[in-house]
Design a binder for this molecule. Structure first.
Ligand code: 4AD
Ligand code: MG
Length: 437
């Protein structure tokens, strides 16, 4: 007999359909098993998904059949057999097994097909990753990340990796994770933005994409302590252009997920009709108009107050696609936002609110490019001027208007997948008081 194709020589079992009629050998985990005593159906999980191996008692050796009978969920196995077309399978094929071997027998796997509570599953996150919904969510995440990189690469942005250890705050001092830096204080980065702005002077169009950290003392389904943020920053881009970039970016990613993650969205039972509507242009309202809508809807928010989750949900529910809220009061926004020339009490900032209660997925703004104005804002916010000297330099040596935004990818993935809590959109979520595993 000729040498069988091994699972490692096909990149993914999705390619098995190109090998119908051929012998294959693959190693993987038992996702599930059914046996009548004469014929066994083994769901084997390996790179690319799950393939069904059908083994008849007569078709395999006695030893192999004994292994098939005693094999348990999540044992590792090696299967050998012929690839057969199977119209009902999502990968279009199954394997007619003629050989089977247990590589490692699993005993008492903690996660069984019965229902488990979320606390239990979170404690076993390292194993929970193996279940079909978690795999689907992580694949969508991976597709989103690839989409982000392609979007910016195709538009000639340069990727700039911003530092994780930083000497100063970017997004307020109340959510900083502090650490010791050889006797000095350092903080885990809340955003790469401040480091991108100088890079925009060097390269024009830049973005960063990495983990960011916020010690959020509130326990909500929309907050993680560690999350991944993608942030573009563009020289000479002003506020209108920023709104357009935001829209184009989100429209691109939603279309890409609908196109490339169909099967995963099916596993997650996502209502994709809702995502089909995510096509620019998105509605735009000012903060002042948003307050009017809220008051009309019976929410008592006063002009000058920041939105919470409830306000975001009410606002988003007025539209069937993401809504862009712009021109917020300067009082509760970051120190670096450019004042609105039409009303200096407000700033050229935007928040993009996703439909269906997913809340703010993007925050961005035009940045202050005037040196003296920025200096006075740093002082007003009681930030240490010495720590921001380098940031002020960007305004001293060739000042330029510029804008950018940040998107937390877990929120975006939650919205795409329809998952209600961010904890399932990242492999190992870091949540309030929870850092295991
Ligand atoms: O609105 P934020 O705080 O904006 C910034 O950090 C800017 N420096 C970005 C920029 O202009 N370059 O955060 C941006 C996004 C939010 O819209 C949200 O999607 C996400 O980051 N985010 C969180 N995601 C998960 N958990 C948290 N605790 C988050 N905090 C913010
Ligand atoms: Mg924000």
């Amino acid at each position: 007999m000729s040498q069988p194709i091994s699972a490692t020589s096909v990149t993914s079992i999705r390619e098995l359909s190109q090998h119908a009629g051929q012998e294959v050998e693959l190693s993987g985990w038992i996702d599930n098993k059914r046996s009548s005593g004469k014929i066994a159906f083994l769901q084997v999980r390996t790179a690319g998904g799950v393939v069904q191996a059908v083994a008849g008692r007569k078709d395999v050796s006695e030893e192999a059949w004994a292994d098939i009978e005693r094999v348990t969920q999540e044992s590792t196995v090696r299967v050998r057999g012929t690839v057969k077309e199977d119209k009902r399978s999502p990968i279009g094929v199954e394997i007619q097994a003629n050989g089977f071997e247990i590589l490692s027998l699993t005993q008492d796997y903690p996660i069984t097909p019965k229902e488990h509570g979320t606390a239990f599953l979170m404690e076993h996150r390292h194993l929970w990753l193996r279940s079909s919904r978690q795999r689907a969510a992580l694949r969508v995440r991976s597709e989103v990340e690839q989409g982000i990189r392609d979007f910016f690469y195709d538009r000639q942005f340069t990727l700039i990796d911003s530092p994780i250890l930083t000497p100063a705050a970017c997004e307020g001092t109340s959510t900083l994770f502090e650490t010791d830096y050889f006797g000095d204080k350092a903080y885990l980065s809340q955003s790469g933005q401040l480091y991108l702005e100088p890079a925009a002077a060097a390269l024009g169009k830049v973005y960063c994409f990495g983990p960011t950290f916020r010690a959020e003392k509130s326990k909500t389904r929309r907050h993680l302590m560690e999350f991944w943020m993608v942030e573009p920053e563009v020289a000479f881009l002003e506020f209108e252009g920023l709104c357009a970039l935001t829209e184009e970016f989100v429209g691109y990613l939603a279309a890409r997920i609908l196109d490339r993650s169909k099967e995963d969205l099916k596993v997650l039972e996502r209502d994709t009709a809702k995502l089909e509507k995510v096509v620019p242009p998105f509605p735009r309202i000012t903060y002042t108009q948003a307050v009017e809508i809220l008051n009309r809807e019976g929410n008592p928010l006063k002009w000058g107050d920041d939105f919470g989750g409830d306000e975001e949900t009410i606002l988003a529910s007025q539209f069937d696609r993401p809504v862009m809220v712009t021109r917020f009061p300067a009082s509760f926004k970051a120190f670096y936002m450019q004042p609105d020339p039409e009303n200096p009490e407000t700033v050229l900032g935007l928040d993009l609110l996703a439909p269906e209660g997913y809340g703010e997925i993007i925050g961005g703004s035009q940045r202050i490019h005037d040196h003296d104005l920025l200096l006075s804002r740093i002082q007003q916010h009681n930030l240490p001027v010495e720590a921001f000297q380098w940031y002020l330099d960007v305004r001293k040596y060739g000042a330029f208007p510029h804008s950018g935004f940040g998107m937390g990818i877990e929120r975006f993935v939650a919205w795409m997948t329809g998952l209600t809590h961010l904890r399932e959109t990242i492999p190992y979520p870091r949540m309030l008081y929870k850092i295991y595993p």
